[in-house]
Design a protein around this ligand. Structure first.
Ligand code: NAP
Length: 526
């Protein structure tokens, strides 16, 4: 078992036990395509699914985005509940309410906000089972991981409740004459567009710092987790936040643009794919509004010749398969030096082959479904294309022959630099394996990517690990563990992985006005 000394409390809980993954699986872009593969034994539902797919496709062809807020259980593909999008007038009153709320919320003290935030964190912990089950129902995460996510979300909220005042305290300057201070004041109503892969954690890391800074937030969550989205809004109301402090928006892409255009929106934060980022960032830019973008990644997992092989393989399995690989910072490219490559691949493959597909609500399950039919279809297509472009399929590559959105753990190798697979993000249980000559080749390959989110280096020589980390061009590099997250560690990337940081002291600074207040001597020359 890998020791986890030095990891934070929430990280420890979120990690779970990496050894339980060995003997243990990520996703990507989903939806827009509705389920076309029904549970095999429901002929009636099959017709319904086909009709929906045809409708979705027809609308897509017509050029209008097909918005759907639906709970579809990834375990069996059943449609559980469908949600109506806001009308334009409902959206307008939600914006009014948020703007009204900001006028009062900005005047509240840190202590008042902290009391509400701590209450929210406490409610998450008290009702952890209920919150976790909703995650598993809507996007298929294994229940233990879902509970870990709830705990981490509570820790993030507590962290900002505890530290926001210190992070934002006035910073006196030492000008040549007179006085000067930088004050941090809230900007107003912020708008977040969020993904489904961590349905509460993503919301917590946007909402907690910004509410504690005195801003109010509106969130468009992903279409496949509408109940998690509602639950998180209710959480803040139950904790005593005033109406309009946290607003869940069930809106179309056109309405997303309308919200960004609204003059009362003062900042925009998106977590999601690079395509979504380009669209939302461009709209924010047209309005000259500050934005942060937390986008995709293709993290390198570098194994140097002096790595502890057994422990490294455990982390490789965890880094690839936690959340079924549907993490922006999942290990996606495995770069292993020649001397360890064969043994690494053999052990890695054996561990992945031992994963057991099943109901993600069942704690015995080690291979969960992907989030949606669309995510699964896209990933299988990416693998097929990679193979037709010359890559070698070491294992897996197929949908599992059972209801639900299950995919075999997959390893690809021999991926040529001029093929799509070399550049794309594989958002799911697909590992790209590369054999490298030495450290220099590993670093060069790690940096040969359009992304720049995270990465990791495995070596028993920590000083060497730090030197390698310095050469890797990403926002985060971890030594001897895959890239992960904790409330007090900044999270974010460079290049097409986006810009800005969430979490830690940095995350709360993104949407505050750093205002200079200067006292000058009235008689002094300018
Ligand atoms: P996605 O398709 O980009 O969706 C993310 C959010 O953006 C959803 O709420 C989605 O709404 C919305 N959206 C998509 N296109 C939009 C558009 N043109 N206009 C307005 N809103 C739009 O991404 P995803 O598949 O949910 O998430 C996976 C991606 O997120 C991966 O690339 C992953 O690496 C990245 N990610 C990054 C981080 C990070 O911190 N860097 C964290 C988690 C995930 P609908 O659901 O209604 O389409």
């Amino acid at each position: 078992m890998i020791g986890r000394r030095g990891t934070s409390r929430s990280w420890r809980r979120f990690l779970g036990n990496p050894t339980s993954w060995v003997g243990l699986a990520g996703a990507g872009r989903r939806r827009r395509v509705l389920p076309t593969h029904p549970p095999a034994d429901h002929a009636g539902r099959s017709r319904l699914f086909q009709a929906r797919a045809v409708l979705a496709e027809a609308i897509a062809i017509a050029g209008a985005p097909f918005m759907a807020y639906q709970t579809i259980n990834p375990f069996d593909g059943s449609v559980v509940q469908t949600f109506q999008e806001f009308s334009d007038s409902e959206l307008a009153s939600a914006l009014d309410s948020a703007a009204d709320c900001f006028a009062g919320w900005r005047q509240t003290s840190f202590a008042e906000r902290a009391a509400i935030a701590h209450k929210a964190a406490g409610l998450l912990r008290e009702q952890s089972g209920d919150y976790a089950r909703l995650i598993t129902l809507e996007m298929g995460k294994r229940i233990e991981e879902a509970e870990g996510e709830v705990a981490l979300s509570a820790d993030i909220i507590d962290y900002y409740a505890d530290h926001a005042e210190a992070f934002l305290k006035p910073q006196p300057l030492k000008p040549e004459s007179g006085e000067a201070v930088i004050e941090s004041s809230p900007l107003g109503v912020l708008f977040g567009v969020q993904p489904w892969n961590f349905p509460y954690y993503q919301l917590a890391r946007f909402a907690a710092p910004n509410l504690m800074a005195g801003n109010v937030v509106m969130v468009k969550h992903a279409g496949c987790v509408p109940q998690c989205a509602q639950a998180f809004e209710k959480l803040w109301r139950d904790a005593g936040a005033p109406a309009g402090a946290y607003t869940n928006l069930v809106i179309s892409y056109d309405q997303v643009n309308a919200v960004i255009d609204d003059p009362r929106i003062k900042g925009v934060a998106l977590t999601g794919s690079a395509d979504a980022g380009k669209s939302v960032a461009a709209r924010a830019g047209q309005n000259l509004k500050k934005s942060t973008m937390e986008l995709g990644g293709s993290d390198a997992f570098i194994v140097l010749e002096d790595a502890d092989l057994d422990k490294t393989v455990e982390w490789a399995v965890w880094g690839k398969m936690n959340n079924m690989g549907q993490c922006c910072v999942a290990a996606k490219r495995f770069l292993v030096v020649d001397s360890l490559a064969d043994r690494f691949l053999e052990k890695f493959q054996a561990a992945l082959a031992g994963l057991k597909a099943g109901d993600p609500m069942d704690r015995a399950t080690t291979l969960a479904p992907l989030s949606t039919e669309g995510a699964l279809t896209k990933l299988v297509e990416q693998v097929d294309k990679a193979v037709s472009d010359g890559a070698t399929l070491v294992m897996g590559g197929k949908r599992l022959d059972r209801p639900g959105f299950f995919m075999e753990p997959t390893i690809l190798t021999d991926i040529a630099p001029d093929t799509a697979a070399f550049r794309e993000e594989f958002f799911g249980p697909v590992a790209l394996f590369f054999r490298v000559k030495d450290e220099d080749e590993a670093v060069a390959l790690a940096n040969d990517s359009d992304f720049g989110l995270g990465g990791s280096v495995f070596t028993q020589d920590v000083a060497r690990g730090k030197r390698v980390a310095e050469r890797i061009e990403t926002g985060m590099v971890f030594i001897n563990q895959p890239t992960w997250t904790a409330p007090d560690l900044p999270f974010g990337g460079i290049n097409i992985s986006g810009y800005g940081r969430e979490l830690s002291g940095l995350g709360i600074q993104e949407f505050v006005n750093k205002k200079l207040v200067r006292v000058a001597l009235i008689d002094a020359a300018a």
